[in-house]
Design a protein around this ligand. Structure first.
Ligand code: DGL
Length: 263
């Protein structure tokens, strides 16, 4: 069986790359719903429906033992329902993990935290709720960046900088000590964001958190880990094979030469 990683598009691929780097022995299959991204501006019903379809494909067709939803929007809007309803009914012995709570857990070290995320993640209020569950004294400020995930799908690109500046402006007035990149696509702009926020603000970025959390999870849950095959196979599935998918796949997984397949 494999480890599945799911996102609306290429943001999750940055997380997949980081997971693969830390845990290269396992077999992976990535699914990016590139045809229907962005998820961030969609209704809760649509995000749940699309995420369920993606996860279901990874379980049924790809025989995944565990799926990481490397998408904050889906982690905020669909993960709980999938775990409580879909998974229990269909695959009670498999696991679905999200990326939002691990990032919220990193925020306990800070006092004033900014969250930059999609409109859907911001309106769900999941980041503030999860952070305040851990420490209600932490001040949490959010802003949505509706265009940023789509710009990220175009690769790192100076065109995005004025948008990033505009989206960060209201947060930077708040004396932040940490900024959460609350959408996996924004990791692609980490360097640009660092330039704007300066050195003093800690950037909480899921490519630096999720591999370590997954490693610990797999160490704790041997019943899952022993089902995962270790032939170092990497496969990337997309619902629409764009030029950027081809380019980034080659750039990031060059040596492993993953199969890139449209489903
Ligand atoms: N990468 C996703 C997230 O972390 C979703 C971006 C989108 O499709 O809008 O929220």
């Amino acid at each position: 069986m494999k480890i599945g990683i799911f996102d609306s598009g290429l943001g999750g691929l940055v997380i997949a790359k980081a997971i693969h780097k830390m845990l290269p022995a396992y077999d992976y299959v990535y699914l990016g719903d590139t045809k229907r991204m962005p998820y961030g501006n969609r209704s809760e019903e649509a995000v749940l429906e699309f995420t369920k379809e993606g996860v279901d494909y990874l379980f049924r067709k790809e025989n995944c033992a565990i799926v990481v939803i490397a998408c904050n929007t889906a982690s905020a809007k669909a993960l709980r329902k999938l775990q409580r309803e879909y998974l229990l009914k269909n695959f009670p012995d498999r696991k679905v993990l999200g990326v939002l709570i691990p990032a919220a857990e990193e925020c306990v070290k800070f006092k004033n935290v900014g969250i930059l995320a999609t409109r859907g993640t911001v309106s769900s209020n999941t980041f503030p709720k999860e952070i305040k569950k851990l420490n209600k004294e932490i001040k949490v400020f959010q802003n949505s960046a509706p265009m940023l995930a789509s710009l990220a799908e175009e690769g790192r690109n100076n065109l995005a900088v004025p948008f990033i500046e505009k989206y960060l402006k209201p947060l930077l007035n708040k004396k932040l000590d940490a900024l959460v990149l609350g959408c996996t696509h924004y990791v692609i702009f980490k360097k640009e964001i660092r330039k704007i926020v300066g050195k003093k603000i800690k950037i909480v970025s899921q490519d630096e958190i999720i591999p370590r959390k997954l490693k610990k999870y797999l160490e704790r849950h041997r019943e899952v880990t022993r089902k995962i095959s270790c032939t170092r196979d990497v496969k990337i599935l997309v619902t629409d094979k764009t030029d950027m998918v081809k380019k980034l796949t080659e750039e990031w997984f060059g040596k492993t030469k993953p199969k890139l397949v449209t489903i």
